[in-house]
Design a protein around this ligand. Sequence first.
Ligand code: BGC
Length: 247
Amino acid sequence: MQIFGVDIGGSGIKGAPVDLARGDLAQERCKVLTPHPATPDSVADGVKEVVDHFGWTGPVGLTFPGVVTGGATIRTAANVDKSWIDTDARALFSERLGGLPVTVVNDADAAGVAEMEFGAGHGRGGTVILLTFGTGIGSALFVDGVLVPNTELGHLELHGHDAEKRASSKAREDGELTWEHWARRVQKYLAHVEMLFSPELFVIGGGVSRKAQKFLPHIEGIKAEIVPAQLQNNAGIVGAAMRAAKQ
Ligand code: BGC
């Protein structure tokens, strides 16, 4: 069975039909740049372009980089336009896609769901936390394989700062930090999350998962196992489609 997955990120809107049995893209993905400002209207246009590229007419699962409550109402918008707050994202996307059935979930939750089924968290019980390091820091918390949605651990306060402002991938790039310097910040962040949740496993996702050897060796003193995500850039797309399949 195939469902279309779309990952809405700070820099790109990426999508493809997903083969749910394999947990992989059924066709090469299509990407358009995220418009700036990333308002509901302009992002919906980008989503339509990606979905239309494949002539898709079935169900669509989408990720969003903020809190998404039950009926797909957006509650926060840290790295996209604030006009998203209180938007009914399901109604918006469904209307723009000519009435296709639509599901919307938090981006890190989607990536986590995909990693737990097809990647680094496969078969892992207990408490598992996936953290995505990108424009912000996203989190997905699993207890015995069950997702606790919208945990937003990227916004924990660390030394008086919003953690993602110090330890996201963007913070490394903007501050021109060395991998080692950035790894020390990530280590402090992981220690804080570990103090709160004592997970058995941290899965490190986002674009940096491909460069894990550059920073993971510098992270010390964390009791939990730390592994890079395996689905890398496709985790959000695959997870969004998986969530849509459950609706
Ligand atoms: C948002 C999260 C999101 C994360 C990664 C954070 O700023 O609050 O909802 O998962 O960025 O995009």
